[in-house]
Design a binder for this molecule. Structure first.
Ligand SMILES: [Zn+2]
Length: 170
């Protein structure tokens, strides 16, 4: 048996990852119903993952359910994501490079005035959707950043160029 915690950067959120919950009485459920981490912590269940590879698949025991929950966004992780669990203070404007402002998704230059950093775009997208902002941020294609300088030439922080669904900007 291999342990997920022994694999650095175990890809918990890989779309092809198959999770299995095995209860103490031998019942197997896949995907595991909500609350699996709690049942693992109390010793009522074990959680396994089948990580599919090209030539073979490997079975892992998910021995750190905190990692599992953080990676899947069930538990917020400010260190890994760079994002506090709060309403972000955001300034934004349509990107100067945006040539097609009528498109479904537009480029938006975004700064986080609250001091957060976007280290995990999916986590930011999840927050942006749920927060007052209400943005629908595209999570494919990555995100480009540029350093912003003040009028006196001092470094002020990062500007992220995000793709945001135009309708969600209103
Ligand atoms: Zn913030």
């Amino acid at each position: 048996m291999r342990y997920a915690s022994h694999s650095p950067d175990f890809p918990y959120d890989l779309s092809t990852m198959c999770y299995l919950e095995v209860a103490a009485d031998g019942t197997v459920q896949s995907p595991p119903p909500d609350g699996v981490a709690g049942r693992v912590r109390s010793g009522d269940s074990r959680l396994y993952a089948v990580w599919p590879g090209k030539y073979r698949s490997d079975l892992f025991l998910i021995d750190d359910v905190d990692d599992y929950e953080k990676a899947l966004g069930i538990q917020h992780d400010p260190v890994r994501t760079g994002l506090e669990d709060h309403e972000h203070r955001i300034s934004w404007q349509l990107s100067a490079d945006e040539r097609n402002p009528g498109a479904t998704y537009v480029f938006v230059d975004t700064t986080l005035d609250c001091g957060c950093e976007i280290k995990d775009l999916k986590a930011f997208a999840r927050q942006a959707r749920e927060q007052q902002l209400g943005w629908d941020v595209a999570t494919t294609g990555g995100v480009s950043t540029s350093i912003r300088f003040g009028a006196d030439g001092t470094r002020q922080g990062l500007t992220y160029t995000l793709r945001v669904r135009r309708k969600s900007l209103d």
